[in-house]
Design a protein around this ligand. Structure first.
Ligand SMILES: Nc1ncnc2c1ncn2[C@@H]1O[C@H](COP(=O)(O)OP(=O)(O)OP(=O)(O)O)[C@@H](O)[C@H]1O
Ligand SMILES: [Mg+2]
Length: 268
């Protein structure tokens, strides 16, 4: 088989978060639909939570891309940890006002009430677990006043832990959990990724045994699966170059295991 196909397959599993890379799977689509609906409801806050690599950033990216034409929406990919910087960025994005001095919460609220908006802007905050409690509390107050609607992602796993946090108590919010893929979903994920990259023949090389092993190794985590498959195809590329004669009828579980050792999913 053409070595270029293995190269393309490898690159299909690069860990990148872009709306055009978004893959639709039944559960993902359902969760995404409920997120889209929640955004249009008069909720004050929406939080997306789940383990690392379950697709939270991907969801925000997709949501941003889908809504940006129709309503005011801003995406803060990296947390703005400094309070003044945070409110300065908000003032700039929401009202087009540039501040050179520091801008505190009280001052920002004054600006906000002087600049009422037709529709509530949406602010997407990725990696919200990094915000200090103090700033989080102000973000909560801002949501309460309905000046902006926040959608945040947190890579915390326990819902109880989240609710226990003061700023999430007795508030009108919705929480959505993202989970690892089931074996079936993982199979579809891999197939769809390869289809997108026009690697049909490579996709056909995967057997149920391969999928079972991959799921066992990654627990269905999307990021781990990307890493594993990227490395798997790297191994294939290297071996085809070196050995020329290599079985490309089916993917070999031996190579998957090798890739797992390389990526640290198996401790050798
Ligand atoms: N729906 C999807 N479609 C296509 N690729 C996806 C999807 N969800 C996740 N991925 C892939 O999985 C990788 C990890 O997803 P993402 O970065 O969104 O996870 P995360 O939950 O934000 O993790 P962290 O908590 O570490 O920030 C992405 O780089 C992307 O390649
Ligand atoms: Mg993320």
């Amino acid at each position: 088989m053409d070595i270029a196909l293995f190269e393309s397959s490898k690159n299909a599993f690069l860990d990148i978060v872009e709306a055009k890379e978004y893959i639709q799977l039944d559960r993902i689509s359902m969760v995404y639909q409920s997120l889209q609906e929640s955004v249009q409801k008069p909720l004050k806050m929406i939080m997306l939570y789940g383990k690392p690599g379950t697709g939270k950033s991907m969801f925000l990216t997709k949501l941003y891309n889908d809504l940006k034409e129709q309503q005011p929406i801003f995406f803060y990919k990296t947390p703005i940890l400094d309070e003044s910087e945070f409110f300065k960025t908000l003032a700039q994005d929401l009202y087009g006002i540039k501040y050179n001095d520091t801008l505190n919460f009280t001052h920002f609220m004054k600006i906000a009430s002087a600049n009422p908006q037709d529709s509530t802007p949406i602010i997407l905050l990725d990696e919200a677990q990094l915000y200090a409690n103090d700033l989080m509390e102000k973000i909560r107050l801002l949501s309460d006043s309905r000046i902006v609607k926040f959608v945040l992602t947190l890579h915390k796993t326990e819902k109880e832990d989240l609710i226990a946090k003061e700023h999430f108590q007795t508030r009108i919010w919705e929480s959505i959990e993202l989970k690892n893929a089931s074996k079936m979903e993982l199979k579809l994920y891999i197939q769809k990724k390869l289809m997108k990259a026009n690697c049909f023949d490579i996709s056909n090389m995967f057997t149920q045994k391969n999928i079972t092993l991959i799921h066992q190794l990654t627990q269905g985590n999307y990021r781990d699966t990307n890493k594993l498959l990227y490395t798997l195809f790297e191994i294939y590329v290297t071996y085809i170059k070196k050995l020329k004669k290599i079985n490309t009828k089916n993917i070999s579980n031996k190579y998957i295991e090798m890739a797992a050792i390389h990526t640290g999913l198996i401790n050798a």
